[in-house]
Design a protein around this ligand. Structure first.
Ligand SMILES: Nc1nc2c(ncn2[C@@H]2O[C@H](COP(=O)(O)OP(=O)(O)OP(=O)(O)O)[C@@H](O)[C@H]2O)c(=O)[nH]1
Length: 247
């Protein structure tokens, strides 16, 4: 039997080396990745998610995970991957404070590149642009763009409370500013987001929010992306979700 499954698109952004590729693989396959390559452009993995599992509204959805390369060299070209994103996962390295503070800039970059009317920068000089970036308010962005956000901190295994205290505190961080949930994990350990754990529940709730938001936009007639109409056929007799690397 062949059924048609809708999809949503989530982009993972953050500085180079924070662990986006490992995290994407862990979420999509439930397995750790021992030797991730350097992401050039964008790498995509797909996960099959049960929306509102255990309720009468339960329905399968494909979650497309766009792992966007964090290198500065690709800053000008990666805007193309932000188009029609339905949700954002902001990724930082818990042993690297700068990677956390840079998440503000990542949000700003997504918004300015993706061209949401509500927060589209109108200025063009470097100085003006830097001003806009400094004055950028994540809360305002989230309120205006209505895009679900999740913040994930990696390399929890490298954080030793005594020898290397956490460089980032949960309170007052970007997650709080965005009203987003936050997960800290070790991407090398498949048990980090194993079914039944608190973090797996948080992740599943985030996926549900992204889907819900998209369904609402479609119902309200605001839907402009290609995702829901571009449905994928999924053969329930054993086919596995696709995996496209370095898209
Ligand atoms: N110990 C530990 N290492 C990790 C963890 N997550 C990622 N790494 C390591 O961090 C390095 C960078 O990981 P990637 O997943 O390639 O990072 P990325 O953010 O995709 O980097 P770009 O492709 O440059 O954007 C690799 O050596 C990973 O093995 C973690 O939770 N714990």
């Amino acid at each position: 039997m062949t059924i048609t499954i809708d999809k949503v698109r989530i982009i993972l952004v953050g500085d180079s080396g924070v662990g986006k590729t490992c995290l994407t693989h862990l979420i999509a396959s439930g397995e750790s990745l021992s030797r991730p390559g350097w992401t050039v452009g964008c790498s995509i993995e797909v996960k099959l998610h049960e929306y509102k599992e255990g309720t009468p509204q339960q329905k399968p959805f494909f979650i497309e995970l766009f792992d966007v390369g964090g290198s500065l060299n690709h800053k000008n070209s990666r805007g193309v991957f932000y188009a029609s994103a339905d949700g954002i996962i902001l990724v930082h390295d818990l042993t690297n404070r700068k990677s956390h503070s840079n998440l503000r800039e990542w949000l700003f970059e997504i918004l300015s590149k993706e061209g949401k009317d509500i927060y589209k920068p109108v200025t063009s000089t470097v100085a003006q642009r830097s001003d806009e970036q400094n004055n950028f308010d994540p809360e305002e962005f989230i309120g205006a763009a209505q895009m679900p956000v999740l913040v994930m901190g990696t390399k929890l295994d490298l954080v030793d409370e005594k020898r290397q205290p956490k460089t980032v505190q949960k309170a007052g961080g970007i997650a709080e500013q965005c009203g987003a949930e936050e997960i800290w994990l070790n991407c090398d350990d498949p048990r980090s987001i194993a079914a039944g754990t608190t973090d797996a529940v948080k992740l599943s709730r985030f996926f549900d929010r992204v889907i819900e938001k998209k369904l609402q936009s479609r119902d309200n007639g605001f839907y402009g992306g290609g995702s829901v109409t571009d449905r994928r056929r999924y053969n329930t007799a054993g086919a596995t979700p696709y995996n496209i690397n370095n898209y």
